[in-house]
Write a protein that binds this ligand. Sequence first.
Ligand code: ATP
Ligand code: MG
Length: 277
Amino acid sequence: MDPLTSTADNPGTARTPGTADPAPGAAEVPSLQVSGLAYAYPDGHQALFGVDLTVPRGQRVALLGPNGAGKTTLVLHLNGILTPGAGSVTVAGLKAGRPHLAEIRRRVGIVFQDPDDQLFMPTVREDVAFGPAAAGLRGAELEARVHEALERVGMAEHADRAPHHLSFGQRRRVAVATVLAGRPEILVLDEPSSNLDPAARRELADLILSLELTVLMVTHDLPYALELCPRSVVLSDGVLVADGPTQELLSDVELMRAHRLELPFGFDPRSVTVPVA
Ligand SMILES: Nc1ncnc2c1ncn2[C@@H]1O[C@H](COP(=O)(O)OP(=O)(O)OP(=O)(O)O)[C@@H](O)[C@H]1O
Ligand SMILES: [Mg+2]
């Protein structure tokens, strides 16, 4: 049965894509709590050593660090793709793991580093419909959800195209739409500005700022972190080595040098007016 055309059997309240569902007691509970998270890959390579990170609801946090620091490994724990060797991940009060896996995956929307890792259907429309359809949405309600998510990323006119016929930047936007269509509690973006042209980079920033979602953004694009995330954390060799206002961290020359973080030529983070944490 095609979920886009079938009869609505799961009516719900229409909501804007990207608006998190309120969960009972959610106001007091952080969106994300990572405690003592350690992980070694099956080949024995230890990528994370006891990471602690709490992100209150609605906060936007940049996750910075050099290549190989463990950023993607941390992200893969947030919706249960990887299982902690030690420690725990809790999303809006729900511990990541077997009993809550489906609900955790609904609440944590991850936009992967490579959009081709999350686009696999014959059309853009079907890719964006996939998550909400799996959650039970049908018919007109599903169609509206898909359209809203594609509108949000400026891709509605491409709904019937094959994802593999789109440019990289367009595929990145569709990947964001697939995640927004699920109305996550927390939006996790792994290097969202990579390979985008300046206008697309700006449009994605505007979109992220408009969402009022909890955001964890992995990035090497330090001006982007400064613009979008009042708070940043630095992961280096699997250890969280800094946590504070983005402007302060980026202005800390010793910290930056010690962890292979480099600002673009001529960029002075202190000269930029930024939102407060
Ligand atoms: N499947 C794997 N098996 C073994 N080791 C891995 C695997 N995937 C990643 N690693 C190792 O784990 C460490 C952390 O990798 P990870 O991909 O999390 O880094 P990252 O901070 O996301 O880097 P980048 O900025 O390059 O994306 C690296 O040393 C990497 O070589
Ligand atoms: Mg990575």
